[in-house]
Design a protein around this ligand. Structure first.
Ligand SMILES: *Cc1c(COP(=O)(O)O)cnc(C)c1O
Ligand code: SF4
Length: 373
């Protein structure tokens, strides 16, 4: 990297490591903050975070890249909450009466355990469970033991064999965990094997690395990926604060190599649950040529009661975006169910009056569209 963005520059200097080291994604993973002490090297932790870090570890492990920890540390303290809530456990994780471990009953929908086949034409293929950060709301918390942390030949062979045996599958989402926490060679082998299946038309990679480990998106990686086109990437920004120059560089690299990038956010209390925050996030994404794709209403995942806003709030936020943002920047608000994603939408169609269609316009007024409907 010739130009070093300020966050990277400052963080490396504070740690006393070279920029070259700090921007090496393997170094970042080796130094992932997993304990209270690790995180305290970057941040002053609140009492509820300290308690969360000591008591909630049994529920789901903690992991924060030095990059993301530095991002939190360098963000205005008044705004940090939106980042902290995503990755630092709180004592509230232990107080969730409703949350369950597999809210999508993915286990029932997995013909082989790592391939989730809900729709006829597409599957989610969970290849490995390592992540750059462990999002406290993750609904795949329980998958660890089944899939394993690292790419594993047996799992991949079995998934590939299943996909090859089902000619209706045209679209494979490679997910996890984060499938880019692996060597370029391992990712390439996977892409190669999927490309060798004639009925697989498109491949999608779901990764949070542009958000939490942007240094993973190297030139070598994108040059390799582009040999297996059409490959799409879906990433997972939840807050405009995450769209740093480092993240921008990663996104630009992907898009410049012909990889369309979409974004899937999760609707989270304290993170993006206001019109203003969602507006900033979506507008920032399109500036980086990233299309806001889905906004997921959070599931009843164990340990997330404090992060789940109501569906009413979600509908109000989405309604607030319409008219203020280009349609390009507006994601579809959905709830994922065991049988697929269901859109959650404010209904603007009020009904019919004789031959006319009655619509609620963006100012809340009734518009009567004349004609035969
Ligand atoms: C979300 C999802 C897909 C992809 O759905 P799209 O709407 O095409 O993005 C495929 N399979 C499973 C199991 C999913 O959860
Ligand atoms: S990156 Fe994805 S799979 Fe990993 S913890 Fe976050 S939501 Fe879960």
């Amino acid at each position: 990297m010739e130009y070093t963005p300020p966050l990277t520059h400052r963080a490396a200097a504070q740690l006393g490591v070279s920029v070259e080291k700090f921007t090496n994604w393997r170094w970042q993973m080796r130094h992932q903050c997993q304990t209270l002490d690790d995180l305290q090297g970057y941040l002053a932790l609140s009492p509820t975070e300290q308690q969360g870090l000591t008591e909630s570890q049994a529920l789901f492990r903690t992991g924060v890249t030095p990059y993301y920890a530095a991002l939190i540390a360098q963000t205005d303290p008044a705004l940090q909450e939106a980042l902290r809530l995503q990755v630092i456990p709180r004592k509230e994780e232990a107080f969730d009466a409703l949350g369950i471990y597999d809210p999508l009953s993915e286990v029932d929908h997995s013909p082989v355990r790592e391939v989730v086949h809900v729709y006829p034409d597409r599957v989610a293929f969970c290849v490995a469970m390592l992540c750059p950060v462990y999002c406290r709301y993750c609904y795949r918390k329980r998958r660890d033991e089944e899939t394993g942390l690292h790419y594993n030949r047996q799992i991949i062979d079995r998934g590939i064999a299943y996909i090859a045996s089902q000619p209706s599958i045209r679209d494979v989402l490679i997910t996890g965990g984060d499938p880019l926490i692996a060597s370029d060679a391992a990712v390439e082998e996977l892409l190669q094997r999927l490309r060798a299946i004639p009925h697989v038309e498109i491949i999608r990679i779901h990764t949070r690395t542009p958000v939490a480990l942007p240094y993973r998106i190297t030139n070598e990686l994108v040059e390799m990926i582009q040999r297996y086109h059409p490959v799409w990437v879906n990433t997972h920004f939840n807050s405009a604060l995450e769209l740093t120059p480092e993240a921008g560089e990663a996104l630009e690299r992907l898009v410049n190599h012909g990889i369309p990038v979409g974004n899937q956010s999760v609707f989270l209390r304290g993170v993006n649950d206001t019109v203003e925050k969602m507006h900033d996030l979506c507008r920032s994404l399109v500036r980086f040529r990233v299309r806001p794709y889905y906004l997921f209403h959070p599931h009843l995942v164990a340990g997330t009661a404090h992060l789940r806003p109501s569906v009413q709030t979600g509908l109000a936020v989405m309604k607030g975006l319409r008219g203020k943002l280009s349609g390009l920047a507006i994601p579809t608000y959905v709830l994922d169910t065991p049988s697929g994603k269901v859109p959650l939408q404010h209904n603007h169609m009020l009904g019919q009056d004789e031959q006319d269609l009655l619509l609620e316009d963006l100012h809340g007024e009734i518009w009567r569209e004349k004609g035969v409907w």
